[in-house]
Design a protein around this ligand. Structure first.
Ligand code: TRP
Length: 452
C-alpha cells in the first residue's frame, strides 16, 4: 500500500496487490476448515452445488456492490453508507457489520489457535501416532483442555495485533504473496495423494454426486452462509478493502477472480478431505473438528509426514492472518475514521474484545460445553449467528441499497472506471442486485424458519 497524496489515504500500489489482498482476505480457514465440515455435515454434493450457485449468482453481484460502496466513497463501511445516504438510516447496517466482524474474529482465532498448536506439535514431533482413531482422540483431548486452546487463541490474537498496530501489514502481504502460491501447490500435491487412496472414489462421489433429497431449508441456509463467509462478504470487509483500491482497479474483474480462486481452493480442500475420510473409516459429519482429525492422518501416511504437516499448518496460519487482518480492519477503520481514535488504541479495543469472546469460544469445547445459547455452545452460536444470519442480512441490505437507492450514474462510473473501460455485464449486475440477491436471500431465510 502507498499513501495517496490527494486524499491522504492508503492505496494499493499494484494491480497484483489488489487481487492478492482481496484473495488473501477471502482464502483462509473458511475454505480449508469450514467448507469441508459444512459440506460433510450437510450431505456433500448437494451442498456443494448450492454453495457454488450462491457464490456466483448472489456472491459476485454483492462483492461488486461492496466494492462500489468502498471505492466510490473511500470510506469505512459506516462512512460509506453515510456518504451515499446522508439522511437515511442505512448506516445502522454498518454497525451490524462491525459487530459481526468482532464476533467472527473471536471464533476464527480459536481455530487459528488450533492451527498454531498443530504447527508446533508437528515441528516438535508430537504428532507421530499410529492410527486415525488416535488422531481423533488426540484432538478431542486437546480441544477439551481448559488451558491450551485458550493460550493459542490469545497467542494468535497477539500476533494479529502486532501486525496491525505496527502497520506492518505490508510485510505480511508481501510474504503471503510469495507463500500463498506455495500453499496452493501443497494443496495440489495433497489432492493427488488423496486421489490414490483406496476409497477415493467414494469420497469423490460424496462431494460431486448431488443427492437432491439432501436439499433441506437448513442446508440451503448453511450453503448461503458458507458462500458469504468464504467470500468475506456481508459486513463491509470488501467495502473497507475497496476503499484502498486505485481509480483504475477493474471492480467486476476483481470480483470474478476473487470468487473463482476462492471456490477453487475450497474444492481442492474437499478433494483432499473426503477421499481420506472414507478411506480411514471416519465420519464426514464430525463438525468443526473434522479437518483437524483427518489432515494429521493424511500427513502421517505420507513419507516425511511431519515436514509436510509443519509446512502446511504454517502456511494455514499465514492464510488465516491475511483473513483476520481484513476482519480487524473493518472495526479499526471505523474507530479511526468515525470516532477519531488513534490507530493503536483502536487496535487494542478490537483485540481485547476478541480475546474475551475468543476465550469463551475456546472453552466451549471443554469446560463450558454445557453453557448453551439457543441450544448451541458459544462457539457454534457465534458461528451460526454471524455466518448464517448477519452476513446474508448485511449482503441483502447492501444489494438493496446499491440496487435501488444509489444513483445509477454512480454505479456506472464505478463499474466502468469513470467510463474508461467497457463493462458489458452492468445491466446483469444491477438486475441481480435489485431482484435476484434480495429475494434469493429472503427466500432462504423464510424457508429456514419454516414460513415457506
Ligand atoms: N473469508 C475468510 C475465510 O474464508 C474469512 C473472512 C475474512 C471473513 N474476512 C471476513 C468472513 C469478513 C466474513 C466476513 O477464511
Amino acid at each position: 500500500m502507498t499513501i495517496d497524496k490527494k486524499t491522504d489515504r492508503a492505496q494499493f500500489a499494484t494491480k497484483l496487490g489488489v487481487i492478492a489482498t482481496t484473495v488473501g482476505s477471502a482464502v483462509g480457514l473458511g475454505n480449508i476448515w469450514r467448507f469441508p465440515y459444512e459440506a460433510g455435515s450437510n450431505g456433500g454434493g448437494a451442498f456443494m452445488l448450492c454453495y457454488i450457485f450462491f457464490i456466483f449468482v448472489i456472491g459476485v453481484p454483492v462483492i461488486c456492490a461492496e466494492f462500489m460502496m468502498g471505492r466510490g466513497t473511500r470510506s469505512n463501511i459506516l462512512g460509506a453508507y453515510r456518504k451515499l445516504s446522508p439522511n437515511g438510516k442505512w448506516y445502522i447496517a454498518g454497525y451490524m457489520g462491525i459487530l459481526a466482524s468482532v464476533v467472527i474474529l473471536s471464533f476464527y482465532s480459536v481455530v487459528a489457535g488450533w492451527t498454531l498448536e498443530y504447527f508446533t506439535q508437528s515441528l516438535l514431533g508430537g504428532m507421530e501416532m499410529s492410527s486415525a482413531s488416535e488422531y481423533h482422540e488426540e484432538f478431542s483431548n486437546f480441544s477439551t483442555d481448559g488451558v491450551r486452546p485458550v493460550v493459542w487463541t490469545i497467542v494468535f490474537l497477539v500476533v494479529n495485533y502486532v501486525i496491525l498496530a505496527r502497520g506492518v501489514t505490508k510485510g505480511i502481504e508481501k510474504m503471503s504473496n510469495i507463500l500463498m502460491p506455495l500453499l496452493f501447490l501443497l494443496l495440489l500435491i495433497f489432492c493427488i495423494n488423496s486421489l490414490t487412496l483406496d476409497k477415493a472414489s467414494a469420497g469423490l462421489a460424496f462431494l460431486f454426486h448431488p443427492d437432491f433429497s439432501k436439499i433441506t431449508p437448513g442446508m440451503l441456509l448453511s450453503a448461503m452462509g458458507q458462500a458469504f463467509f468464504s467470500l468475506s462478504l456481508g459486513l463491509g470487509c470488501m467495502t473497507t478493502y475497496a476503499s484502498y483500491f486505485s481509480d483504475k482497479t477493474r471492480l467486476g474483474r476483481s470480483a470474478v477472480i476473487t470468487a473463482g480462486l476462492d471456490t477453487l481452493v475450497a474444492m481442492l480442500a474437499g478433494v483432499i478431505i473426503f477421499p481420506a475420510v472414507f478411506s480411514f473409516g471416519m465420519s464426514p459429519q464430525a463438525g468443526p473438528t473434522l479437518v483437524f482429525e483427518v489432515l494429521p492422518a493424511i500427513f502421517h501416511s505420507l513419507p516425511g509426514g511431519m515436514v509436510w504437516s509443519s509446512l502446511f499448518f504454517f502456511l494455514l496460519v499465514l492464510a488465516s492472518l491475511t483473513s483476520t487482518i481484513s476482519m480487524s480492519e473493518i472495526s479499526i477503520a471505523f474507530m479511526v475514521e468515525e470516532k477519531g481514535m488513534k490507530r493503536r488504541t483502536a487496535t487494542h479495543v478490537n483485540t481485547l474484545i476478541a480475546m474475551v469472546f475468543g476465550t469463551l469460544c475456546a472453552l466451549s469445547f471443554g469446560p463450558l460445553a454445557d453453557v448453551r445459547i439457543f441450544g448451541m455452545t458459544f462457539f457454534n452460536a457465534f458461528d451460526y449467528l454471524s455466518s448464517n444470519i448477519l452476513l446474508p442480512l448485511g449482503g441483502m441490505i447492501a444489494s438493496v441499497f446499491v440496487g435501488w437507492f444509489v444513483d445509477r450514474k454512480f454505479i456506472r462510473e464505478q463499474m466502468t472506471d469513470s467510463g474508461t473501460i467497457r463493462f458489458r455485464a452492468l445491466g446483469l449486475i444491477v438486475f441481480c442486485l435489485r431482484y435476484i440477491a434480495p429475494t434469493g436471500i429472503a427466500l432462504v431465510f423464510l424457508n429456514s424458519i419454516g414460513v415457506l
